[in-house]
Ligand binder design. Structure first.
Ligand code: ADP
Ligand code: MG
Length: 730
């Protein structure tokens, strides 16, 4: 019987005791990077000449010759085998949600009837996994689906269990990227080139600009026994039905609250494992919703930070099970309470150590600060629709636009100090700011640094792209997403803005304009241009939606239509001119995005229909029969008039139940029909639109009735763990 099962599940969940994890005896600094082939280990395991050449490959992108690769592979193998590794794998990020790996043993025949452990440079550098089983958006047909994975030396190899993991890019036989890493690396190259050129106006010695990423990963933990009793959670990562718990987050008592013992043990465990793999975990805390938590490392170079986030998500899921939990990374596992995001803190830094977004002390430093702020905003303004496409997914769509997360309109919050500063630069005359008797006297009225920092701690939580003192925080990224998608788009857009900035300044200089004055002219032109993207007000308000539409910002909320922005001429031009992706690659990616969207809603619709018909309706009917039985019996023992009076409530309930039931049965039928019609559509785009417009809304409509029934039906009969159980047992 359903009820017994549910109570047993809840009972089991209550009985769980924490798996106690004691921290290793050494300090974190001692075991940090234990399983990573760091520079120190490269130095130890490689001949000095090889070590130097490898550093040149990593730092300066020098080509890697096969002789060096052989020597590197040998050193790596030796190090990995000392840690117990017997296998190696290329580890890559296909256009699915996770990572991919195929393990091969080091063993080879030794020619004398025995075996020997071997690992050659060519196996380290390149492999040929079958690309046909990974999403490729039609770039290759199945029969010729060769793909290559190629070593990314800038992200160090590491050992997990008995396997040496080698971060790689994944490309098709014809050279198109089939992963996130390849275009991300190209975008990081583009921003380096473009930002370095602009940076040299201010600091002639700068040779390189790096993009940094500090992600904050939000997640939910649910007891495993409760999770396995919710087929919707298991299949889709979110609850498709479930009435609000009486108490959820309204008391604001979870955020930064004391961490439950069982959860703290889980956190300690993942942190130890992450630190051993070189992920610099730093922050952990309770989040706003019950059973919601956050983890954040110290920021790193973007390519490495992305790899570390992918690795971290895998560790979290794996370790959660050891603790009797399931880790939910879905952006909206529960209706009515906060969803999870992954704030992407983004900044630029030069090789000379100057952080581009910190305001400086000299006029030139201040002009540099203003330039980079303004050009970043220009990128965000020019491509606000595209940036939204970069973070949009079937799952993140539940979070955006709801009154708890960034709105589905991309704008940027600068804070009062920086806003005033831009206004000042825009509105002062040239004479006020520049040049007295041929001498440059830049007078920007920039307030002192401490003031700026204080001002920016008063942050606008509703802004999807907020300046926070020395970085921008892109808050719209989903908790489940690969950060690379947002980061490659943002970095390419900023690279394009900086390239254009440089060209315009050069053109003025060529006409005889002084450098400072040329920079200032272009900056002021752009400050005026980017006005519409600046918004410091409440991003949740309806007035903002109206205002944003007037300003020409992208206000589309349909996920499949938002993906169209990838194929806008301006987007294709941006990606192609910065040599990050071609039109063909963009088209292929969109096919995958639409297809993924459809599949997600399709799976939701299927499991939802099953749950309604097999779990909910039978139980509801049973309860209704109990009520009917009761009405009959009352009639037997009481006079008709009295029986009618005291049965009135039950009669109303019986009727209500019937109405909800009828609706559910009728609408599940419509849901099936809507899917059938959508499935017949050829085009990926049109099919996704049909799923968005005709299938997804039906799930919501039906859910309303299921949730009503949850409140009516006897608790003992209800077959699924309820929100109050899922969210409060830990
Ligand atoms: P909050 O939740 O208030 O934003 P957290 O401490 O949770 O603050 O997260 C801050 C994040 O910002 C961390 O991941 C941190 O590494 C990152 N971060 C801090 N400074 C920079 C920077 N200059 N560039 C990129 N990321 C940064
Ligand atoms: Mg944050």
């Amino acid at each position: 019987m359903a009820s017994k099962l549910r109570f047993k599940v809840v009972d089991d969940a209550f009985k769980k005791r924490p798996v106690v994890v004691t921290a290793p005896a050494e300090r974190p600094s001692a075991y940090f990077g234990k399983y990573v082939f760091t520079r120190q280990k490269m130095f130890k395991y490689l001949p000095t000449k090889v070590y130097r050449e490898l550093c040149d490959v990593i730092d300066n992108g020098a080509p890697l010759n096969l002789a060096i690769a052989d020597a590197v592979a040998e050193g790596m193998k030796q190090w990995a085998m000392e840690l117990g590794a017997t296998h190696y794998t290329h580890w890559f990020q296909p256009l699915t949600e996770g990572t991919a790996e195929k393990h091969d043993g080091f063993v080879e025949h030794d020619g004398k009837g025995g075996m020997v452990e071997e690992f050659e440079g060519k196996l380290l550098v390149q492999q040929e996994p079958d690309a046909s089983s990974f999403p490729n958006g039609g770039i290759r047909s199945t029969f010729e689906a060769r793909g290559y994975s190629a070593w990314d030396p800038t992200s160090p190899v590491f050992v997990i269990g008995d396997t040496l993991m080698i971060p790689t890019v994944f490309i098709s036989y014809t050279g198109e990227a089939l992963d996130f890493k390849a275009p991300l690396k190209k975008a990081l190259y583009a921003i380096d080139k473009a930002a370095t050129a602009v940076c040299r106006y201010f600091y002639p010695d700068v040779k390189k600009v790096n993009s940094n990423l500090g992600w904050e990963q939000e997640y939910f933990l649910v007891d495993e026994s409760l999770y396995t009793a919710r087929p919707d959670l298991m299949m889709t990562g979110r609850t498709l039905m479930g009435h609000d718990a009486a108490k959820n987050q309204q008391m604001d008592d979870h955020y930064f609250g004391s961490i439950p013992a069982r959860v703290e043990n889980f956190m300690r465990d993942i942190e130890i494992q992450a630190l051993e793999l070189g992920i610099p975990c730093k922050t952990r805390h309770n989040e706003v919703a019950p059973n919601q938590f956050e983890l954040a490392p110290i920021y790193e170079e973007t390519n490495l930070a992305v790899d570390h986030n992918m690795l971290m998500m895998a560790i979290m899921k794996r370790v959660a099970r050891k603790h009797g939990f399931r880790c939910l990374l879905h952006e909206k596992p529960f209706k009515g309470i906060n969803g999870s995001g992954k704030h992407n803190n983004w900044s630029l830094v030069t090789d000379t150590g100057v952080l581009l977004h910190a305001p400086g002390k000299t006029p030139m430093e201040n002009l540099r600060f203003v330039t980079f702020i303004v050009e970043t905003l220009k990128a965000v303004y020019d491509h606000n629709g595209l940036l939204k496409a970069a973070i949009m997914s079937a799952t993140n769509a539940h979070r955006l636009g709801a009154n708890e997360a960034p709105p589905a309109i991309i704008s940027s919050f600068l804070g009062r100090t920086v806003s005033d500063l831009l206004d000042h630069v825009e509105n002062s005359s040239d004479d006020e700011i520049l040049s007295v008797a041929g001498k440059t006297v830049m007078h920007l009225d920039i307030p002192s640094i401490p003031e700026l920092l204080i001002d920016n701690t008063d942050r606008n939580r509703t802004s999807p792209f907020a300046f926070t003192g020395n970085r921008f925080e892109f808050r719209a990224v989903g908790s489940e997403a690969n950060c690379a998608c947002a980061m490659l788009t943002l970095n390419t857009a900023v690279a394009e803005a900086l390239t254009s900035f440089h060209q315009r300044v050069e053109a003025l200089i060529a006409k005889g304009e002084a450098k400072e004055s040329a920079i200032l002219k272009v900056v002021r032109e752009d400050i005026r241009y980017i006005r519409p993207i600046r918004f410091d007000g409440n991003g949740y308000s309806d007035e903002w939606k109206e205002e944003a539409a007037k300003r020409g910002l992208d206000c589309e909320t349909s996920c499949p239509l938002i993906y169209d922005r990838y194929l806008d001429e301006a987007s294709v031009q941006m990606f192609e001119s910065q040599k990050v992706m071609t039109r063909l690659e963009l088209k292929a990616r969109n096919e995958i995005k639409w297809e993924t969207y459809t599949k997600k809603i399709q799976i939701e619709a299927r499991i939802f229909g099953d749950l309604c018909l097999n779990h909910i309706i039978p139980v509801v009917t049973k309860y209704q029969s109990v009520l009917i039985d009761n009405v009959h019996k009352l009639k037997e023992i009481f006079p008709a008039e009295k029986a009618a009076r005291i049965s009135a409530n039950n009669l109303t309930l019986i009727e209500e139940i019937s109405e909800h039931e009828q609706f559910i049965i009728e609408y599940v039928r419509r849901l099936i029909d809507a899917r059938r019609i959508a499935n017949r559509i050829e085009s990926e785009r049109e099919r996704a639109i049909s799923y968005h417009d005709n299938v997804a809304p039906l799930i919501e409509e039906i859910r309303y009735h299921v949730d009503k029934l949850e409140q009516i039906v006897d608790d003992e009969l209800w077959p699924l763990p309820k929100y109050r159980e899922l969210l409060f047992i830990n």
